[in-house]
Design a protein around this ligand. Structure first.
Ligand SMILES: [Zn+2]
Length: 143
């Protein structure tokens, strides 16, 4: 099962940030029905803003006909592939997406940041854990 770590930060408020581990496909928006629901007034996020899906080419971010659109490297996109660790902007929020990794130590098995080398919980090298993710940068899926 592929899970994704979604992190966000408000570009207008350095104290407003968060993260969530989600299963794909996932949606982001203001409505509670979304996988990631951000209900900040005035942040420019639509009720249903984007969908994130995984296909054979990688992580695809798709604009769900939002009012303010989705931006990747300053360009508005209707849909596009996001590399591991890549970012996109909706409203005043910047999102970072990366596959979620579990520590390979079965006694630990904590969710860890994908780009860490050593598990912060048990100290194990995470090169082992990373092989369980199923894909790595550049984004390609092995079947
Ligand atoms: Zn660990």
């Amino acid at each position: 099962m592929t899970t994704l770590q979604v992190k966000w930060r408000n570009l207008r408020d350095e104290y407003d940030f968060g993260s969530q581990t989600v299963k794909l496909p996932a949606t982001i928006g203001r409505s509670k029905q979304n996988t990631v629901s951000l209900r900040r007034p005035g942040a420019g996020i639509s009720r249903q803003h984007v969908q994130i899906v995984l296909d054979e080419r990688g992580l695809l971010v798709r604009d769900l006909q939002s009012t303010n659109g989705v931006y990747v490297r300053g360009h508005q996109i209707s849909e596009g592939y996001i590399p591991t660790g890549g970012t996109f902007v909706i409203g005043s929020y910047e999102f970072t997406v990366a596959p979620s990794v579990r520590c390979a130590n079965w006694q630990c098995a904590k969710q860890v940041e994908p780009n860490l080398v050593i598990c912060p919980w048990c100290g194990r090298f995470l090169a082992d854990a990373q092989t369980h993710v199923g894909y790595s940068h550049p984004v390609k899926i092995k079947h």
